[in-house]
Every structure is written in structure tokens, then in C-alpha cells.
Design a protein around this ligand. Structure first.
Ligand SMILES: CC(C)(COP(=O)(O)OP(=O)(O)OC[C@H]1O[C@@H](n2cnc3c(N)ncnc32)[C@H](O)[C@@H]1OP(=O)(O)O)[C@@H](O)C(=O)NCCC(=O)NCCS
Length: 211
């Protein structure tokens, strides 16, 4: 039986093989080389409140208040569990000790074929490749399990060198400039818009470790 399934799958062209038979909407736990991405829960509240209370983070994302209190963290966990903040919100945790390090998410867009990726990490964890690793895991999950998704978008402030680099390392391509609201900055801020389409992702997959 398994042999038949394997042969049937291998007889499909590569593009079809990377498209699942059914579209999923759940958000499975994701394991990568050094991370576990899982749903946020109550035990994360203290670390979340501590790490997120940082203007260097809040001013780079759209909807994070600053200062960020334990109540904000508890509300975030509750609203995430209730499905009120997007459908796919993950805690980024360290694979070896479970430490909560930040969050990432895939948010549906008005165009049903597009998701937008977002992420932040606590400052002590910056520049170790974790955001890139988390983004790779999220992108792989989205394209592998969501048949209808053709693009993933990313937006970052024009001043956000680190996030632009993460976006580039994931293979996104520049689309244009725009403005988005940033709660902590108190208004609209200029951003750059990038997009990764399924075909580009498939090419990157075949490059393996070159990514
Ligand atoms: C953006 C953010 C998630 C990056 O997380 P990270 O785990 O440090 O990212 P990575 O280590 O995977 O990659 C960061 C890259 O940026 C580079 N970088 C960081 N700061 C830089 C700087 N000031 N100048 C040039 N490059 C810089 C790093 O060298 C690294 O690139 P490299 O792998 O080619 O050396 C993290 O800085 C953060 O949470 N910032 C605040 C919130 C935010 O900006 N979220 C994204 C909103 S769009």
C-alpha cells in the first residue's frame, strides 16, 4: 500500500508533488534544527512580557503596544487561543531547553491566495539565525500544507536592516514601498514590501543547503 502511494506520488510532476492533495488550515507544531514552534500558552506570559517590553521590538512591528505589560502578554495568549489574532500564531522556543524566545505568525490576507509572515525575537536572542530558521519552517509548512497559497508576503520598516536580511535569506523579492500603521511609533511608517511565490520557493527547496 505504502509502495503504491509512493509510486503514485513520484509519478506526479515535481510541482504537483509539492502541492498536497488536501488543503489544511491547522497549525501543527514545527520542529527545526534548533527551534520548536508551537502555540503560545500561559507559561509563556512572564517571558513574553519581559522580552516584548522593548521599544527596539515594538517600533519594528505593527501592533505591539509599548510599554508592554504582563496584562498585555496575558491578553495576547488568551486572544491567540481564541483565534482572535490570526489563525496561525506560534511561540518561537529553543529546541534544547524550551525557552520562550519570541513569536511568529502567518496572517491571511484579503486575497485568499496570500499569507503575510511576521516575527519578532527577544533582543538577547538576536543575530543567531533563529528568525531565519523560524521563517523557513513557517514558509515550508505554509506551502506544503496549504494548496491554495501561491504567495507569502513580508513587510518591514525601511530602517529595519535585520528583518530585511531575514527576508532576503528566505528568497523574498522586492515588490514596492508603502506605509503601515505602527502602534508603538504612534502613526504610519514607511515600509518595504516583499513577496515569495510558490515557484521560487520550489527552486529554493531544490537548492537544499544552499539556502
Ligand atoms: C528582525 C529580527 C526578528 C531578526 O532576528 P534574528 O534572529 O536576529 O535574525 P537572523 O539572525 O536570522 O538574521 C539577521 C541578519 O541580519 C543581520 N543584521 C542584524 N543587524 C544588522 C545590522 N545592524 N546591519 C547589518 N546587518 C544586520 C545579521 O548579521 C543577520 O544576517 P547574516 O545571517 O547574513 O549575518 C530581530 O532583530 C527582531 O526581533 N527585531 C525586532 C522586531 C522586528 O523587527 N520584527 C520584524 C518586523 S518586519
Amino acid at each position: 500500500m505504502q509502495g503504491e502511494l509512493l509510486r503514485a506520488s513520484q509519478s506526479r510532476p515535481p510541482e504537483e508533488r509539492l502541492r498536497p492533495d488536501r488543503s489544511r488550515s491547522d497549525c501543527p507544531v514545527l520542529l527545526s534544527r534548533s527551534l520548536v514552534l508551537r502555540a503560545p500558552h500561559e507559561e509563556d506570559i512572564d517571558a513574553l512580557a519581559h522580552l516584548a517590553n522593548n521599544a527596539n521590538i515594538a517600533t519594528m512591528v505593527s501592533r505591539m503596544p509599548h510599554p508592554y505589560t504582563a496584562k498585555d502578554a496575558a491578553d495576547f495568549v488568551r486572544r491567540t487561543k481564541a483565534g482572535e489574532i490570526g489563525k496561525c500564531v506560534y511561540a518561537i522556543t529553543k529546541g534544547d531547553n524550551g525557552a520562550f524566545m519570541g513569536c511568529c505568525a502567518l496572517e491571511p490576507q484579503l486575497d485568499e491566495h496570500t499569507l503575510e509572515i511576521g516575527y519578532w525575537l527577544g533582543e538577547p536572542y538576536w543575530n543567531r539565525g533563529y528568525a531565519t530558521e523560524a521563517a523557513h519552517a513557517l514558509i515550508d509548512m505554509a506551502f506544503r500544507t496549504r494548496n491554495h497559497i501561491d504567495h507569502i508576503d513580508a513587510r518591514c520598516r525601511v530602517t529595519n536592516v535585520a528583518s530585511r536580511r531575514v527576508i532576503q535569506k528566505c528568497g523574498f523579492q522586492f515588490q514596492g514601498s508603502g506605509m503601515i500603521e505602527c502602534v508603538a511609533a504612534g502613526g504610519m511608517v514607511p515600509v518595504e514590501w516583499f513577496r515569495l511565490d510558490r515557484k521560487t520557493w520550489m527552486s529554493l527547496r531544490s537548492w537544499g543547503d544552499m539556502r
